[in-house]
Design a protein around this ligand. Structure first.
Ligand SMILES: Nc1ncnc2c1ncn2[C@@H]1O[C@H](COP(=O)(O)OP(=O)(O)OP(=O)(O)O)[C@@H](O)[C@H]1O
Ligand SMILES: [Mg+2]
Length: 269
């Protein structure tokens, strides 16, 4: 029997909390360091994830919007971003900003991504010889609109990066409600993989206090691994690289390696 890909949606309607950075680094780590077969889905019209892997969004003839509309199979837009390991990206571009208006009119608009993932290998790219991906990770934009709902409806797990700010808790309540609603109405199999503190500054008192507060609020759903502020991450991204490729010894690389280990443990892989 075919193995089932584990599908993870990375969401938070707040902008700039390191969703894309987390997908980029966890995806890279799973593929390059753990030998997993990984597909990353760019579900954000800003296309930051595509750019992070050196894909030029404006140069694409077809991207994930065409797949969601049902015009092309997923396999036809996938780009492999390494020769050494299986790390693929389904890129997006600005066309995807039409999703809110156009996809909502499709029949079963909540399940467009799920149906696109159901048979990604059934065309003639040859990818079916290689078998399914171990992990499919979706990077969502800063909204709780149709794209995020599609990711949640297709996912086995949801992972939420959060910045350690007091006002974050307010927005996280809205997020919990959306997750609960999707679980009840669209995808009973959805489980919360966890909340991850990102851009943590250990020297800031308030960050320590907020992590304590998060721990009380989320209990074991909060990942033990914490991602610290690390400028090498930004420098690496400016060169379309991960911090792993730039300097393994930096806290950014160590934090994301630890987060990936914890993620694998949580999934039982
Ligand atoms: N640990 C970190 N240390 C320093 N800078 C970081 C870290 N993580 C992310 N950044 C930077 O913060 C900015 C926002 O990160 P990112 O784009 O991953 O957030 P996002 O949640 O995907 O944003 P959006 O909501 O716009 O999609 C980027 O410039 C990124 O380089
Ligand atoms: Mg992003």
């Amino acid at each position: 029997m075919a193995r089932h890909s584990k599908i993870i949606a990375v969401i938070n309607q707040k902008g700039g909390v390191a969703k894309t950075t987390t997908v980029q680094h966890v995806g890279y780590c799973l593929a390059a360091q753990h030998g997993k077969r990984v597909l990353l889905l760019d579900l954000d019209p800003q296309a930051n994830l595509s750019s992070a892997f050196g894909i030029e969004p404006d140069a694409l003839n077809r991207a994930i919007f065409d797949v969601l509309k049902g015009d092309v199979p997923l396999s036809q837009i996938i780009k492999r971003v390494s020769d050494e390991y299986v790390l693929d990206v389904a890129p997006s571009n600005i066309e995807l900003s039409r999703a809110e208006l156009e996809l909502i009119q499709e029949i079963n608009s909540t399940y467009l991504l799920r149906s696109a993932l159901t048979s990604p290998f059934t065309d003639d790219t040859g990818a079916d010889d290689e078998g399914p991906y171990d992990y499919i990770i979706a990077d969502c934009g800063p909204s709780l609109g149709i794209l995020t709902v599609n990711a949640l409806a297709a996912a086995d797990y949801v992972l939420v990066p959060v910045q350690p700010e007091m006002y974050s808790l307010q927005g996280l309540k809205a997020l919990e409600q959306i997750i609960d609603r999707v679980r009840t109405r669209a995808n009973p199999a959805l489980s919360v993989l966890g909340w991850v503190v990102t851009m943590h500054d250990g020297r800031t008192r308030v960050h320590k206090d907020v992590v304590e507060l998060f721990r009380k609020n989320f209990g074991p759903a909060l990942f033990d691994s914490i991602i610290s502020i690390n400028t090498t991450i930004r420098e690496a991204q400016a060169a379309n690289k991960t911090v792993f490729q730039r300097d393994q010894s930096k806290s950014g690389a160590q934090n994301y390696a630890a987060l990936t280990d914890e993620l694998l443990r949580r999934i039982g892989d």
